[in-house]
Ligand binder design. Sequence first.
Ligand SMILES: [Zn+2]
Length: 99
Amino acid sequence: MGARRRNRDTFEVPEHKCPACGKRLDSVTEMFSGAEPQPGDCTICLDCGAILIMLEDLTTRRASDAETARMLADPEHGRQIRKVRQALSQFWVWQIRRN
Ligand SMILES: [Zn+2]
């Protein structure tokens, strides 16, 4: 299969709802390697910060508590997840100030 590239590092995925917050999801952005999304990859909802796992059809499911704990404990994944969540919290602060 393979996701359609929307721009340099954003790929279209089938439209679906975030399993954690219900936000409409239709694309993913690779923040570190520019690689195409693959089933089993981890992604983070831009709206609620939930850690999601990409399924075979590139929709997502919520990571289990055990998967989340394992990813946060991994030095590289943990660092990337904290970086993205930090960026999200700054984004929200910016949005709140702007509104
Ligand atoms: Zn969400």
